[in-house]
Ligand binder design. Structure first.
Ligand SMILES: Cc1ncc(COP(=O)(O)O)c(C=O)c1O
Length: 370
């Protein structure tokens, strides 16, 4: 069909590439057992209190949630020693990122995005008519903050910064981040996407509340999809100055968080903080074990502060990912980021990580044997 009337900016926007689902892979490869290490989810599932709360909440689905989300905002704000005026909620962090693009990006605005990062930043910026410039990383896959700073122009509206970064797992030096934020010209916003912050050594991350209270132009984005185990329930949020929160809440669609996600997140915060901390600790231990195991196998591994690891498999990434897929292990080829021989693997349960290493060994032995 000839689609007339579609906005020209949309022609340049690439659809979001989601990881494969377990069901898809089982069907396609006729497998009984599939290990999903491709989408950086929490492999243990939602926490028990969240499951119970979400099941009960189903009975309320004929009614809209409270559109002000004041209770949820207050609950989130408590974690940061703030009140509800500093928080906006959203349909996943993805929903918040989109709202922020609508808030800041006007047609022709200059947008800065470091290379090798979360793909949604580019697409939502383009969707709003922004002109995207990518800035380089250093040899160790670290975001080059000096180059990023040099690239800011008077018409730069947004700098999207993922910390820890997806897919590299690296974090920006917090002193560099602070200097960068302080150097931004009026009208330029730093969106600090902390989707994976819970998995990081907290001493490496900036004091986000302090930065926001200093009235630096920063919005922090967080999610319940990763450490909190609620990816399918879709709840994210922003921390920002109350003046900006009012704008974000005006731009966002009404009811942009659903009852199930709210109930699950509430119960997790109220009753499962100990279990969340335990999960994070296991992920950190397993991340170290996987990093060592991959390094011992001769792969170049990038130091990660997230729940995934990027490594150079020294073979075409799509082929490696496909070979692992055939053995029932879903990982993410980094070819889509232009890293043609790199693989991103989510840190799973210990048994899942063992399955991944066994499958990797089987495949690399096959290749080396040739
Ligand atoms: C860096 C980053 N930001 C945001 C998101 C979106 O998360 P959510 O599930 O909360 O929309 C993801 C999802 O993988 C991500 O990797």
């Amino acid at each position: 069909m000839k689609l007339a009337g579609i906005r020209p900016d949309i022609k340049d926007v690439q659809p979001y590439v989601a990881g494969k689902t377990i069901e898809e892979v089982k069907r396609q490869y006729k497998l009984d057992q599939v290990t999903k290490l491709g989408s950086n989810e929490n492999p243990w599932g939602p926490y028990p209190a969240a499951v119970k709360a979400m099941q009960q909440e189903v009975l309320q689905l004929h009614t809209y949630p409270d559109n002000s989300f004041v209770e949820m905002k207050r609950k989130i704000a408590e974690m940061y020693g703030l009140d509800e005026h500093w928080i906006a909620v959203s349909h996943g962090a993805g929903g918040m990122l989109e709202t922020l693009a609508k808030t800041f990006v006007e047609p022709g605005a200059h947008i800065l995005i470091p290379r090798y990062t979360y793909g949604l930043y580019r697409e939502i910026s383009r969707l709003m008519g922004g002109r995207v410039e990518h800035t380089p990383v250093t040899g160790e896959m670290q975001i080059d903050m000096e180059k990023l700073g040099e690239s800011v122009r008077p018409n730069t509206r947004v700098v999207w910064l993922c910390n820890p970064n997806n897919p590299t797992g690296t974090v920006v030096d917090k002193t560099d981040l602070l200097s960068f934020a302080r150097s931004l010209p009026e009208g330029c916003w730093l969106v600090l996407d902390e989707a994976y912050a819970e998995f990081a050594d907290q001493s490496l991350l900036p004091d986000r509340v302090q930065l926001i209270k200093e009235e630096l132009p920063i919005v922090v984005v967080r999610t319940f999809s990763k450490a909190y185990g609620l990816a399918g329930a879709r709840l994210g949020y922003a921390i920002a100055h109350p003046d900006l929160i009012k704008v974000i809440d005006t731009v966002a669609e009404p009811f942009n968080a659903n009852r199930i996600g709210l109930a699950g997140a509430w119960a997790t915060l109220e009753q499962e903080q100990g279990a969340v901390a335990e999960t994070i600790s296991v992920v950190q231990t397993e991340r170290g074990r996987l990093q060592t195991a991959l390094t011992e196998r001769g792969f170049t591994v990038y130091p990660s502060q997230a729940n995934f690891i990027l490594f150079d498999a020294a073979l075409p990434a799509d082929q490696s990912a496909h070979e692992l897929l055939k053995q029932g292990v879903i990982v993410r080829s980094a070819a889509g980021w232009g890293l043609d021989s790199h693989i991103r693997v989510t840190v799973g349960k210990p048994s899942e990580n063992d399955i991944f290493l066994t499958a990797l060994d089987k495949f690399t032995q096959k290749v080396r044997g040739k």
